[in-house]
Design a binder for this molecule. Structure first.
Ligand SMILES: [Zn+2]
Length: 272
């Protein structure tokens, strides 16, 4: 499938001249989903219009350059009206040829995925902690992801959220939990088939607690042991000893000591 998403280029939205351009070409492994953490409709910055979308892109670039970045940090912006705008200069050209450009949207924090800034980052207008994206914006996100996966030869399973790379809430809990659905719709467009398990990937972090079993529990037990909290046998079964170790770790880290290894505890352990 060719790159079919319609993208408004930097020259079309009147971007300011970037510093240090042209940016280095990179080989991308992921597509990384963000939210802009702005207000949602009816108070969305772009108001769903094309002129609003262009103005929003200019404002974001201006904000990023004011914090001494060379240009917009992301590669694409997807607005509430379903308009897709190029972010960092050269992004569209690069992805159409199977590459990306070095960007600044997903720096790596400890224990997280690496090389986010070498892969295309999509900013989605809004705050998606609980708010659900409207249909137009969702459709353009699917279209853009399908185009990127196709032209850059990226597996739809490698559509990730910003929080997979950095210690952040981005792209919001609701949107992050939609990633399996996004992967599925992109895979469908590309004629690829994956199992439910594969589509889920690491994106739905379930709480690990008394009674949990499996590979994630083994990872948790190993990390607890590394940190000096003995979980008993490293057997993938979350029993009393593992619970006691989680509680002791939580107390030492100043977290609520409930014995449940959710996102906060696992982030603190560096395994979220
Ligand atoms: Zn982000």
């Amino acid at each position: 499938m060719p790159f079919t998403a319609k993208v408004i280029t930097t020259s079309e939205w009147g971007a300011a001249e970037p510093k240090n351009a042209p940016f280095k070409r990179t080989v991308p492994n992921y597509v990384i989903v963000h939210h802009t953490d702005n207000q949602n409709p009816p108070n969305d910055p772009s108001k769903g219009t094309i002129e609003g979308a262009k103005q929003f892109a200019r404002n974001i670039q201006n904000g990023h350059m004011k914090q001494s970045w060379s240009d917009s940090g992301h590669n694409f912006l997807n607005t509430t009206g379903g308009f897709i705008l190029e972010g960092r200069h050269g992004s569209l050209d690069a992805v159409e040829q199977g590459f990306c450009v070095q960007s600044a949207h997903a720096a790596q924090d400890q224990g997280k995925l690496a090389n986010g800034n070498q892969s295309p980052g999509i900013e989605n207008e809004g705050n998606f902690m609980t708010f659900q994206m409207g249909e137009k914006q969702w459709e353009s996100l699917v279209e853009l992801c399908a185009s990127l996966c196709s032209s850059c030869n990226i597996s739809p399973l490698n559509i990730k959220g910003h929080r997979d790379f950095s210690n952040t809430d981005c792209p919001g809990n609701w949107l992050y939990n939609q990633l399996p659905q996004l992967r599925k719709q992109v895979a469908d467009q590309l004629g690829l088939k994956f199992t439910e398990e594969e589509l889920k990937n690491s994106s739905q972090l379930v709480d690990l607690k008394f009674g949990s079993t499996g590979a994630e529990v083994i990872k948790l037990q190993k990390r607890l042991l590394d940190k000096g909290f003995n979980p008993g046998a490293i057997d993938g079964a979350f029993g009393e000893n593992t619970e006691a170790a989680v509680k002791a770790f939580q107390r030492s880290a100043g977290l609520k000591s409930d014995g449940i290894a959710g996102i906060k505890t696992r982030t603190e352990l560096g395994i979220a």
